[in-house]
Every structure is written in structure tokens, then in C-alpha cells.
Design a protein around this ligand. Structure first.
Ligand SMILES: [Zn+2]
Length: 158
């Protein structure tokens, strides 16, 4: 299966709406394809949040308040809006806000990861670190100073 086909099936996969055969194909693909796996991880985070929203217990105060508003609306107009419909409408902006929070969290985590990878790359090369610190040799620091200790540490205490 192509990546585009996998991506189209991911949400059905998360909802358990794919056949056993498709499930195996998707799982195998996710094991080998980084891009689809990332897409899948992002999607599964979103669906977890949506589940949480479904499970959120609406406070009694909110319900009373909402019922009062609905009654008020009914008095003004004769249009009947089911209570469930009101909850559904309220869920849309809530979902939007939660998604924004998630994308913010994912974004800041990504920033941390990138920063860490950058730091690891730097540590791989001694010359990089010494050039960044502006240190070219041990002789630049008097023995026993902090700079000397740090430089000594970098070259393995020789
Ligand atoms: Zn793929």
C-alpha cells in the first residue's frame, strides 16, 4: 500500500474500523515508514483528546445554566434545539482550543528535541566545542582554573 493510502486509512484504523488484513498491512507499513508513523502518532494524540472531551462530565451548574438559556431561547423563539445539539455545538470550540494547546505542546517538545540533538552533535566533535568556547588549547588557561578544569575534562583528563 502507498503512503497516501495508509494515511487515508489511519483514522479508520484508530477507530478500529479496518479489517484484520488492513490492520496488519498498516502496522507493517508504520514499522517501516517514518513519515506515516509520525502522522499516526499525531493523529492518535488528537483522538485521545477527543475521547477525553467525550468523557468530560459537565458540571451541574453548567447544565442548569444551559437549560435556563435554552428555556429563555424557547420563550423568545419557538425553535426547538435539543440539549445534545447544544453540547455538540459547545464541543467544537472546546476541541479547537484543545487542538491549539496540543499543537503548542508538540511544538515546544519538538523544539526541545531539536535543541538536544543539536547539543549531541556538538558533543560528538571536540573541535566544535573548543571552537564554540573559544578555547584552542590547554595552555590558554592557568592550571587549576575553571577553564583549565573544563578543557581537561573535554580531552579526557590527559
Ligand atoms: Zn508511508
Amino acid at each position: 500500500m502507498k503512503c497516501s493510502e495508509i494515511k487515508r486509512k489511519l483514522s479508520a484504523f484508530l477507530d478500529g474500523e479496518v479489517s484484520e488484513e488492513e490492520k496488519q498491512i498498516i502496522l507493517e507499513h508504520l514499522n517501516t515508514c517514518d513519515r506515516c508513523r509520525k502522522e499516526f502518532e499525531a493523529l492518535s494524540q488528537v483522538s485521545e483528546v477527543l475521547e477525553v472531551i467525550d468523557e468530560i462530565q459537565v458540571s451541574p451548574f453548567f447544565v442548569t445554566h444551559l437549560k435556563q438559556r435554552i428555556t429563555g431561547q424557547k420563550a423568545k423563539s419557538r425553535v426547538h434545539i435539543p440539549f445534545v445539539e447544544w453540547i455538540r455545538r459547545a464541543a467544537v470550540p472546546i476541541t479547537a482550543v484543545v487542538l491549539i494547546i496540543i499543537s503548542f505542546l508538540v511544538g515546544s517538545n519538538l523544539g526541545k528535541v531539536l535543541h538536544r540533538e543539536h547539543a549531541e552533535n556538538m558533543a560528538e566533535s571536540e573541535t566544535d566545542i573548543t571552537s564554540v568556547l573559544g578555547v584552542s588549547s590547554l595552555a590558554e588557561f592557568p592550571e587549576g582554573s575553571l577553564g583549565w578544569a573544563y578543557d581537561n575534562l573535554l580531552i579526557g583528563g590527559e
